[in-house]
Design a protein around this ligand. Sequence first.
Ligand code: C5P
Length: 213
Amino acid sequence: MSGLVIAIDGPAASGKGTLARRIAAHYRLNHLDTGLSYRAVAKALLDAGLPLDDVEHAEDAAHGVDLGKIDRTVLSANEVGEAASKVAVISSVRRILVEKQRAFATTPPGAVLDGRDIGTVVCPSADVKIYLTADPRVRAERRWREIEAKGLKADFEAILADIEQRDARDMNRADSPLKPAEDAHLLDSSKMDIDSAFLAACGIIDSVLASRK
Ligand code: C5P
């Protein structure tokens, strides 16, 4: 028995990382932000000055990813996220990373994984699947506020364009496109703050777990 597995998928800046962290703490599960593994591969290529479609080096970087040792602080830049969505179209890179993500998910006491393909590909038999979304303008505004809160200047229209471009790339790629699993519970947080989204997600999880008793 590997324990409970909760899949949280959704587009860029939907708040799934924050939500997944809170759910993991609440249900005492491990948490994995799978976007970081794609970001780590992209950063390795960027640092080496290699093109993002260099399959051989991208595979090497993917093999080198240690999910327990990823330093998120060096991976948070927007350019790294953008580059990550370019290496994420490489099927062989996905296979290498997905294998590591599955091993994480099946380690006791169970885990909350957030990403784009958790409910559809990484953990298709997850106990609970949530697809978290929000209107692109709402997501762009949240990201804009985060940047301004750090005392930095941000251009709302540029952030919105970036989010829409990344969504399009993630939703339209051939391998593991971003889409809700057929049995996912849809959660639209456009009109919710993080506390309300957390309560709504706990409501979904608790009712799924109760229905299985
Ligand atoms: O979630 P985050 O913004 O860190 O993800 C960066 C990129 O990594 C995404 O835009 C997506 O292309 C890719 N990704 C993916 N599958 C996942 C997680 C992230 O393809 N499970």
